[in-house]
Design a protein around this ligand. Structure first.
Ligand code: FES
Length: 83
């Protein structure tokens, strides 16, 4: 039987487990350092952790430009970075 306190999701196709209550940014940090690239190609990662800087934007279940630091991790999410 699975532990209800553990959430399983995919980050760029990689299986990741986080504790219930974690946000998507915490899950991504287990898989990669960079969340997306700037228009000039520079790797970007979370800066503020509170929804202000937009440096943590990712695609979640086909919806782009979502701030990973503001979204709770949910079972079965498929997250894509372009970092
Ligand atoms: S880390 Fe700044 S908006 Fe997410």
């Amino acid at each position: 039987m699975s532990d209800p306190a553990i959430i399983r999701l995919q980050i760029d196709g990689q299986a990741v487990e986080v504790r219930s209550g974690s946000n998507v940014a915490a899950a991504i940090a287990q898989a990669t350092l960079y969340f997306h690239r700037s228009p000039s190609g520079q790797p970007r990662a979370p800066l503020c952790g509170m929804g202000v800087c937009f440096e943590c934007r990712v695609d979640i279940d086909g919806v782009g430009q979502l701030r990973a630091c503001m979204i709770p991790a949910r079972e079965g999410m498929r997250v894509r970075t372009d970092g």
